[in-house]
Design a protein. Structure first.
Length: 129
């Protein structure tokens, strides 16, 4: 393995179609493409007002979500926070989280460590009004 890897996140395969979430969600998980050993990086795009239909926690992975464009709301356990461009949100592994795009949609980067396949635990329909 080389001492570095360059990957364009928009060229990593979109996994959302495999889960029936396209075109409202675009999710490009780049850990494997980057040959990362201890960190995950994901690009996500949510359509305007789209709410991810599940919440999730992790067994080991702490995450940071960085809004690049647009806005979103994050539900963290029982609290909802508003996020705008360049806000960074850290979420502990055991904190249940869910996301909803603002009226113009949202693009964000998620970074997590440690972690890997099978680390996430999802709960369908976790965030309901």
């Amino acid at each position: 393995m080389s001492g570095y890897t360059v990957v364009n996140l928009k060229e990593v395969e979109d996994q959302a179609p495999k889960f029936g979430l396209s075109p409202d969600l675009e999710a490009r998980f780049a850990r494997v493409a980057l040959e990362a050993e201890r960190i995950g990086v994901t690009y996500q795009r949510l359509a305007p007002n789209f709410r991810v239909p599940y919440g999730h926690t992790h067994k080991t992975q702490e995450e940071v979500f960085i809004v690049v464009e647009g806005s979103m709301r994050a539900k963290l356990e029982d609290e909802v926070v508003d996020l705008k461009p360049w806000d960074a949100l850290r979420v502990a592994k055991e904190t249940m989280r869910g996301f909803e795009a603002g009226p113009d949609g949202v693009q964000f980067i998620a970074v997590g460590a440690p972690g890997g396949p099978g680390d996430a635990e999802t709960t369908p329909d976790w965030w309901s009004d």
